[in-house]
Ligand binder design. Structure first.
Ligand code: ZN
Length: 197
């Protein structure tokens, strides 16, 4: 067995609404729906947690940003993962339960990192955002790569454990270890513990 090093996990965190954005990573049919082509089974349990978080965020005027992993014909990622989230297909759409509202921002990204080749950093800066609450899937792939990229730009990152999902516990805990130890993000036990003030 592998011992997981100590990770600091907070029960609650209070965030200033006008400086905070919630970033929902790739909660699309292909990754989350039972008929999806690249399904992460544990993502299902994160849906009500994310839904509640988003409801509270919107009520507090917190900026909500979704990412959609987006691939085109002959995308090189298909060689790694098979065909997934092909643009304008059902699998590419965000799941019905978390459908964005008209005030939310939706960003298409072609790789794991939501900053790479997208207007995300520009949007965050023009909205004076300092802190990102990151939820979604897959924890050790697009979530972690995006957290890393946010940390490189000195955003503070908050990640609730029950708001992210991976294919196995090892992948989930290595993600949390990296977020805590390397990127100095705040790991929160539950999304319910994230408060907007
Ligand atoms: Zn992809």
């Amino acid at each position: 067995m592998i011992n997981i090093p100590q990770i600091e996990i907070k029960d609650e965190v209070k965030l200033t609404s006008r400086e905070t954005a919630v970033l929902v990573i790739d909660m699309q049919n292909d990754f989350v729906h039972e008929k999806g082509s690249l399904r992460v089974p544990s993502a299902t349990s994160t849906v009500p947690k994310i839904k509640n978080l988003l409801s509270r965020a919107r009520n507090s005027g917190v900026l909500v940003i979704y990412t959609k992993d987006t691939h085109y014909e002959n995308d090189p990622e298909y060689r790694i993962w098979g065909v997934h989230v092909k643009k304008n297909t059902w699998g590419w759409e965000i799941i019905d339960e978390l459908r964005p509202t008209e005030n939310d921002i939706v960003i298409e990204k072609t790789r794991y990192d939501a900053f790479y080749g997208t207007p995300l950093d520009d949007i965050l800066r023009t909205n004076d955002i300092k802190t990102l609450v990151v939820v979604g899937t897959v924890a050790n792939i697009c979530v972690l790569q995006t957290v890393a990229s946010a940390a490189m730009r000195w955003y503070r990152v908050v990640v609730p454990i029950d708001g992210i999902s991976a294919l196995n516990d090892f992948d989930l805990w290595l993600t949390l270890r990296q977020i805590d130890f390397v990127y100095k993000g705040i790991v929160v036990k539950n999304a319910e513990g994230v408060h907007f003030i």
